[in-house]
Ligand binder design. Structure first.
Ligand code: NAP
Length: 278
């Protein structure tokens, strides 16, 4: 059994990017907008800033008060859409309740939408013509590739069907020629479905969604979940201790998928630079 090391893979991706940036003397720019005082969002934004520094990117942070109006936020986004130094714009979610996330995402130019959340980029993911890969699912694909885990022709199960993880994850696996089943909270016989799977990606936000009795020997298990246990310790959606006894490959939480998301964001920002400044 191999425990997949997301930190190692994420570092390899960031090193690859930093090397390209250094060699070609370029300066891709990422603007990160954070509204309000959500502590988890603050941690994510700080980590994104650090990753930008590591890769040699220009990083601009816009920390706006909770009281920011939709008009104010949209006018900042419009300004950044026109800013030639900025290749990628990211608005940290969740936003305070009075701000309509859909409208905010739609305001970001698709050419700078490095989260790949806009309708244009989601549509492109469907047809496999990517401008930007959705960061978390792309990070999962990078992990599979780094560990030479075959995807083509395999039975893959994705548990969770959110727009930011489950659905694009299923698409990426499908484009990589897996036979994909998507499960959700209304799925019947989830155990039987999972027991036939060669690869299982779990993204439910519920602890112990996947337990050892639900998997076959030799399975690859990717845990996207980020939860807190009763002691406040970070944990995933998979019962890691029992499932690892049957898996050939498994990601831990923390240290699995988590570090990959930011590495893929850096990758998208570099792609945006290449596309925007042609
Ligand atoms: P979400 O929007 O809440 O979606 C959860 C999905 O799981 C839904 O489709 C839901 O089904 C399904 N589900 C819930 N309970 C289930 C069950 N018992 N059996 C089967 N399916 C079930 O969550 P998300 O945004 O996709 O995030 C999922 C997890 O990944 C969270 O823990 C989040 O923190 C984490 N995450 C991590 C990263 C990272 O970088 N590592 C990035 C993004 C998200 P229905 O559709 O039927 O309700």
């Amino acid at each position: 059994m191999t425990i997949i090391d997301g930190k190692e893979v994420s570092l390899a991706v960031k090193n690859r990017i930093a090397e390209q940036v250094k060699q070609s003397g370029i300066k891709p720019g990422l603007a990160v907008i954070i509204v309000g005082n959500d502590p988890a969002s603050r941690v994510y934004v700080n980590n994104k800033k650090k990753a930008c520094e590591y890769c040699g990117f220009l990083s601009e942070e816009y920390a706006l008060p909770e009281s920011t109006t939709l008009d104010e936020l949209l006018s900042l986004i419009h300004k950044l859409n026109e800013d030639d130094k900025i290749d990628g714009i990211l608005c940290q979610l969740p936003l305070p309740k009075h701000l309509d996330e859909k409208e905010v995402i739609a305001a970001i130019s698709p050419k700078k939408d490095v989260d790949a959340f806009s309708e244009v980029n989601v549509g492109k993911i469907m047809i496999g013509d990517y401008s930007f890969l959705p960061c978390t699912p792309a990070g999962v694909m990078e992990l599979l590739s780094y560990y030479n885990i075959e995807v083509a022709g395999k039975n893959a199960v994705v548990i969770g069907r959110s727009n930011i993880v489950g659905k694009p994850m299923a698409m990426l696996l499908l484009h990589a020629d897996a036979t994909v089943t998507v499960c959700h909270s209304k799925t019947k016989g989830i155990k039987e479905i999972c027991r036939k799977a060669d690869i299982i990606v779990v993204a439910t936000g519920r602890r112990n969604t996947l337990t050892a009795d639900m998997v076959k020997e030799g399975v690859t298990v990717i845990d996207v979940g980020m939860n807190r246990d009763e002691n406040g310790k970070l944990c995933g959606d998979v019962d890691f201790e029992s499932v690892k006894e049957k898996a050939d490959f498994i990601t831990p939480v923390p240290g699995g998928v988590g570090p990959m998301t930011i590495a893929m964001l850096m990758q998208n920002t570099l792609s945006a630079y290449k596309n925007n400044r042609k």
